[in-house]
Design a protein around this ligand. Structure first.
Ligand code: ARG
Length: 472
């Protein structure tokens, strides 16, 4: 082995650990493609926690001695400190975090380190570490999204009665309040958090002890390690335990959906900040100027959130495609599961934080929104509803009459409320003076008092409820 590893382009690397069967070390290019340490070092805390749980179990069941168990635990704690202080020398030739830690443990405590890997494999080890990591990531994500909900709820509270146009097809539809609009995102984010909670619950079973794929001949206690790591139970099937990554796919799915929600809000911010809409202005801290056009104030942060949703969707696709053709059980392909998950977690943390800042500090142009809320015959539905309610007209007929009135107003280039009563009666003789009580934006808003509707009173109630449902 030593002789071969001296050949140019080869080195001993991790084959020092499994080298019994190998005559030659891997080619440098093999080391490079095989190594995951550049990214999976992020699993170090989970790897050490899982190894400590495993060693304690090995000692408790008498598979290793208490002395060895204690030496391993102490060594692992020291390694954690070393990594945290930045003194740990991560080695590519040791391939991944598991072998980097184990090798360092050998340097620190000697022969006892070689007993840690009894009754386990890197296959159950990495599956365990990664589940723990995703569990932590879900927790962090939940806290971030909750913060964004809090910012949205605060702004909704402030703007429970602020009128703005509500759109369908991006055409003026009916007036809504800004508070109502913002609370729509609070609901979406609430479901995103629900998906995260589901994912966390389902992933919370321990693969540890599944060993390479078939279980182990040692009298291990899987309940003990599961409990020590905060898992609800050991996974029931060793093949499944080492080879599925559905928990990562669920994480990426909910990340992609959350990304889509953030992107839609980002898109609205971009629209609202345009001089054509002019509904909102982002704070300086979240805007950039142009190097050539002095008047510009670009909502870059929102645009980037919108763009980064593409990467989140891509991350889900990446892992779906990695997994779809793999026969049971473990395949090295699965090493690539971490890259999209780490990227998605980082991207989301950034996007959620940027969104929270933008929402918290945006200034809204109430006057412009109020003017636009009344444009485009936005209270036409209120007129039709009035005909139904007051004149007992079937809704379809009322729709037809209102359409004719809109046409008349359009010809005269006025708003509906600017038509005279006799002009209205020329279309429908039944119409009386009281119709003018439903044509203003404020009346329209107030009338939409159904549960979940946009009436300012309802929105204020919804704000209070949202605080209880999402922030308590
Ligand atoms: N670095 C590997 C991964 O992330 C660890 C498992 C390696 N297992 C093996 N049989 N080669 O998947």
């Amino acid at each position: 082995m030593a002789k071969n590893s001296e050949k140019p382009g080869t080195s001993k690397g991790a084959s020092g650990i499994w080298g019994g069967r190998f005559a030659a070390g891997p080619a440098d290019i093999m080391l490079k493609i095989n190594a995951s340490i550049d990214f999976d070092r992020r699993l170090y805390a989970q790897d050490i926690a899982a190894s400590k749980a495993h060693a304690a179990m090995l000692a408790k069941t008498g598979i290793i001695s208490d002395d060895d168990g204690n030496a391993i635990a102490k060594g692992l704690d020291d390694i954690a400190k070393e990594i945290e202080s930045g003194d740990f020398d991560f080695k590519q030739e040791l391939e991944d975090i598991h072998m980097n830690v184990e090798s360092r443990l050998g340097e620190m405590i000697g022969a006892a380190a070689g007993r840690l890997h009894t009754a386990r494999s890197r296959n159950d080890q990495v599956a365990t570490d990664f589940r723990l990591w995703v569990r932590d990531a879900l927790n962090d994500l939940d806290a971030g999204v909750k913060g964004l909900q809090a910012a949205l709820i605060d702004r909704a509270d402030e703007h429970a009665a602020t009128a703005m146009p509500g759109f369908t097809h991006l055409q003026s539809a009916q007036p809504v309040t800004l508070g109502h609009h913002l609370l729509a995102y609070v609901e979406m984010l609430g479901r995103d958090r629900g998906r995260a909670a589901d994912c966390a619950k389902r992933l919370n079973e321990s693969p540890l002890g599944a060993a390479a794929l078939a279980g182990t001949s040692f009298p291990i206690d899987r309940e003990m390690t599961a409990k020590a790591l905060g898992f609800a139970a050991p996974m029931a099937n060793s093949l499944d335990a080492v080879s599925d990554r559905d928990f990562a796919l669920e994480f990426l799915s909910l990340a992609a959906i959350l990304g889509v929600h953030l992107s839609r809000l980002a898109e609205e911010i971009v629209l609202w900040c345009s001089s054509q809409f002019a509904y909102a202005q982002m704070p300086d801290a979240f805007s950039t100027g142009s190097s050539i056009m002095p008047q510009k104030r670009n909502p870059d942060a929102a645009e980037l959130v919108r763009a980064k949703a593409g990467g989140l969707i891509g991350a889900l696709n990446t892992l779906m495609i990695v997994m779809k053709g793999l026969p049971l059980a473990y395949g090295k392909d699965m090493q690539e599961d971490k890259v999209p998950v780490f990227n998605a977690a980082d991207t989301l943390a950034l996007c959620v934080a940027a969104m929270t800042g933008m929402v918290a500090e945006a200034s809204f142009n109430k006057d412009k929104m109020r003017v636009d809320a009344g444009k485009g015959y936005a209270t036409a539905t209120d007129l039709a509803d009035w005909l139904v309610r007051e004149k007992n007209m079937p809704f379809r007929d009322a729709h037809h009459v209102t359409g004719a009135l809109v046409k008349l107003a359009e010809e005269k280039n006025v708003g509906l409320e600017q038509l005279s009563l006799s002009e209205m009666q020329s279309v429908s003789p039944d119409i009386t003076e009281s119709v003018f009580g439903v044509l203003s934006v404020e009346d329209s808003l107030k009338s939409r008092d159904s549960f979940g509707g946009t009436a300012p009173g309802r929105v204020q109630d919804a704000v209070n409820e949202a605080r209880k449902r999402f922030l308590d």
